[in-house]
Design a protein around this ligand. Structure first.
Ligand code: PLP
Length: 364
């Protein structure tokens, strides 16, 4: 009998979330962002649902090759562009669109002997200060690119730093508007938060939106909104079973560091899931978990292969009971990954991406 832990990837949820994103940005095309192996879901696993997107946005040539190997003939965008000049060869062979965010990438294009012209997304640094040309250098970069025979289409993009937060998008939007005014080409600005919050605005949705986290059913602006508030469904479930039960007396402690001490007699369930499975070690006592579909709490420290939960709300639970760490539980119960992430001081993105290879993962 294999160790009782597994992850499920829900194709119906991915398809639903993609429709949800489309509805939020009418008429815009959708890059489904599948970097980091589709945010931990697995590119190949997610593909059957995500091929309803207009294109795939990802990080490197290896991921692009995997998408092409699945039979995808449509657009693929390299979100950080080429990392070195020789990447251009494969870029053109795989027919990839790629981001150009710094001068050297234009130099590479200028000296590249290509049989197929390149399609590029010229990136503006509108305030995130990660990738992109500063506003003052943007037009010159566009002029240089437009003069190259190696390039046959230039689109324009930027990335918001605070679409999910208080600062919002207006200041970056104004910078983008000014820097791109009068330039031809398609536009792409919006991640999940900008798409869900402002996708009804033509200037925000542009021609292409680039949702990642929303497609996977996690809220881009938790805790202000939960996934259910955005009508998103979790695309990943992590579940395991109880492999032992302990009866504690007042004063007994649980796990490494004895961080939890029982104040009254209580039952503790030991779950076949630990940080080596991708469960966050920083989740402490109180982190939500479902046992047989009923919400209860984690107690004590998370170990490498196990964690411990309070069985007080589920007196019927015993060895073999189903424990939902996040995602869909039995009888329609749902435990949002964002709730678990918050209790561990992180975000849903990180938990999804950290799902360990050793966890058997099934597409359902
Ligand atoms: N566009 C770019 C350039 C990104 O780096 C990312 C992810 O970080 C996304 C889009 C998708 O963002 P989100 O997952 O918040 O929708």
């Amino acid at each position: 009998m294999p160790r009782p832990i597994e992850a499920l990837i829900h194709l119906d949820a991915l398809a639903h979330n993609l429709r949800r994103v489309r509805a939020a940005a009418p008429d815009a095309k959708v890059w489904a962002v599948v970097k980091a192996d589709a945010y931990g879901h697995g590119i190949e696993r997610a593909y059957p649902a995500l091929q309803a997107a207009d294109g795939f946005a990802l990080l490197d040539l290896a991921e692009a090759e995997r998408v092409r190997a699945l039979g995808w003939r449509g657009p693929i965008l390299l979100l950080e562009g080429c990392f070195e000049s020789r990447d251009l060869e494969l870029c053109s062979r795989l027919n990839l669109w790629h981001v150009v965010h710094r001068e050297e990438q234009i130099d590479w294009l200028a000296t590249h002997k290509t049989t197929w012209p390149h399609r590029v997304f010229l990136k503006l640094n509108s305030g995130m200060n990660r990738l992109g040309f500063p506003p003052a250098a943007f037009r010159a970069a566009w002029m240089r690119l437009s003069g190259l025979t190696q390039v046959d289409e230039i689109s324009l993009m930027t990335h918001f730093s605070d679409a999910d937060g208080e600062r919002g998008i207006e200041h970056q939007l104004a910078v983008f508007r000014q820097a791109t005014e009068g330039l031809p080409g398609e536009r792409s600005l919006a991640n999940s938060a900008a798409t869900l919050r402002h996708g009804s605005r033509a200037d925000v949705r542009g021609d292409w939106v680039r949702p990642g986290i929303a497609v996977y059913g996690s809220s881009p602006d938790h805790p202000e909104h939960g996934a259910a508030d955005w009508s998103l469904q979790p695309a990943m479930t992590l579940r395991a079973r109880l492999i032992a039960v302990q009866q504690l007396q007042p004063g007994d402690t649980v796990g490494y560091g004895s961080t939890f001490r029982a104040e009254a007699p209580m039952r503790i369930g030991v779950v076949a899931c630990g940080y080596a499975d991708g469960y966050p070690r920083h989740a402490g006592t109180g982190t939500p978990v479902l046992v047989d579909g009923t919400r209860t709490r984690l107690v004590g420290r998370v170990s490498m292969d196990m964690l411990t939960v309070d069985l007080t709300p589920t007196p019927q639970a015993g060895v073999g009971s189903e424990v939902t760490l996040w995602g869909r539980g039995p009888q329609g119960a749902v435990l949002p990954i964002d709730d678990v992430a918050r209790a561990a001081g992180t975000v849903g993105y990180e938990l999804m991406c950290a799902l360990a290879r050793r966890v058997p993962t099934h597409v359902v």
